[in-house]
Design a binder for this molecule. Structure first.
Ligand code: HEC
Length: 152
């Protein structure tokens, strides 16, 4: 039987205890604050005001391709249609999708249910408009985040 030197044994105990404490500490930090309602993260990622994630980028492309700006303005400021900078502050994602899908035909908002470009990109379109309305996307023309990463 091999005997472990007592001081070595103490050292082993200390190292094991130390790593256990470290592990429990990390776990505690990872846990979201309890009791506080966790705020939903924004549906987009934006850096420097206009470099966005690919989903949001496709939302912008869909916005341009479907010419939503014809009525809502290039900057979403409103023309014959209302400002979406304002409207998107209170519109739920569900109502957004319903409005764009079905339109509000009696009020002049067309239905886009036959536009695959739009129905394939609801997440991105919502994210783009939400980012604009929140003021996090600071210019209407956005670019791919990866273009910025290539520059670094
Ligand atoms: C032909 C003009 C026109 C086009 C094109 C158009 N809209 Fe609209 N849109 C309107 C009008 C007018 C309203 C206001 C309807 C109302 O009074 O409820 C509206 C309302 C909306 C609303 C609801 C705003 C709110 O505050 O409730 C959203 C969201 C919206 N449009 C998104 C879009 C998107 C996205 C596109 C492109 C896919 C688009 N619109 C294209 C005219 C248009």
């Amino acid at each position: 039987m091999t005997r472990i030197h007592p001081s070595l044994r103490t050292l082993v105990v200390l190292v094991v205890a130390g790593s256990l404490i470290a592990a429990s500490h990390t776990r505690a930090q990872d846990k979201p604050a309890e009791g506080k309602a966790a705020a939903l993260p924004p549906p987009y990622k934006v850096v420097d005001g206009f470099y966005v994630d690919p989903v949001t980028m496709n939302g912008f492309r869909a916005w341009r391709a479907a010419a939503c700006d014809r009525c809502h303005g290039a900057y979403q400021q409103g023309l014959v249609g209302p400002s979406l900078l304002v409207g998107m502050k209170t519109l739920s994602k569900e109502d957004f999708i319903k409005t764009v899908t079905e339109g509000r035909l009696d009020k002049g908002m067309p239905s886009f249910k036959t536009s695959k470009m739009i129905t394939d990109n609801f997440d991105g379109l919502y994210a783009y408009l939400k980012g604009r309305s929140n003021g996090d996307i600071t210019q209407y023309r956005v670019r791919e985040l990866k273009e910025r990463e290539l520059k670094e």
